[in-house]
Write a protein that binds this ligand. Sequence first.
Ligand code: BGC
Length: 414
Amino acid sequence: MKRIVLGTVSAAAMISASFAAAEPSAEVLHYWTSGGEAKSVAVLQKEFADNGGTWTDMPVAGGGGDAAMTALRARVLSGNAPTAVQLKGPAIQEWYEEGVLADISNVAEAEGWADVLPDSIAGHMKCEGNWCAAPVNVHRVDWIWANADVLEANGVEMPTSWDEFNAAAEKLQAAGVIPLAHGGQSWQDATVFEAVALGILGPDGFRKAFVDLDEATLTSDEMKAVFDQMRTMRGYVDENFPGRDWNLATAMVMNGEAAFQIMGDWAKGEFLAAGKVPGEDFLCASTPGEGFLYNVDSFAMFDVDGDDKRQGQELLAKLIVGQNFQKVFNLNKGSIPARTDVALEEFDSCAHLSSEDMTASSEGGSLLPSYAHGMALRGAQAGAITDVVTSHFNSDMSSEDAVQQLLTAVQNSM
Ligand code: BGC
């Protein structure tokens, strides 16, 4: 299997090319196209340019990255892979196994990544012992966002249990407010579902269901209760929800049309980009229940020809894990740095909560990979679960049928 090792080729090239040194360049495939996301990726574009790089942007719109992954497959199949790709979780190892990813261990070792990244994050960046991706951040998925004025005007507090959430939603609905801003796209359904599942199954149950694919947990009464809660929540979204982008749902909370959104903290990037202040304009809290669902964005470098691109890959990998980038990017993106040595003074209260909860859940064994955001399972298994979640949410399927379908879908995906 052909495997490119970054550093060796360009070092050799540098000897022969002292008169014609290649300028670093990179075509970068990503799906950061909303307001907050675009501000964030601009930080990387600027750092790359400031360091002599030429960036060719390949944005593929579509939250959660499904469309981007389809575009990536088409490019790789046609033998024309992008230089760097926003890729995460087990998909990194899946692409590595296809022999199309570069080994970036030389950069990782020169930059001492092992000393500044937690083991849980570093593990996702390795393929057969080699570094094969560079982490950007830690997003938390199990968040609930709210419009502060709407809650206050209706005498509603941030819910700390799903029963409290339902009671608040009923009250808001009676007052003519849309309780839950939601976009009916399968990845958004899966995002809400996994937050509810973490709350109802608890961290151990979540791990059994969505990491171990334990059949008894997938068909348990607790899992039926998760689907029951999804059915209840279907009644709290407005009728225009199908197909709505996640950032438009966030905008509904911002402008007071809706009270709550359940979404990862990229939603905070939207609030911040619109000039909203946490604790004043909007509120953040973890969704009811224990645990922390993490979602680490990262970039993998594809096997491409050309010394300019190889140098572009090295430069990008180095910048991405750099201390300054990790701070500035994450201030915009809503996430927290992947590096453990970035000071959080300039970060807001939601980021502090995220960082504290991440540490506590790591120590308590409840730090869990997000299945909905491709951190826990291979693509086929995650897709099989999401198909059932979406069909249930968009029909009158019973919870009993949903858990049976979940089991069958998972078995067929193995
Ligand atoms: C990614 C985020 C992105 C969000 C919406 C998530 O899966 O990790 O970086 O902002 O999807 O597209």
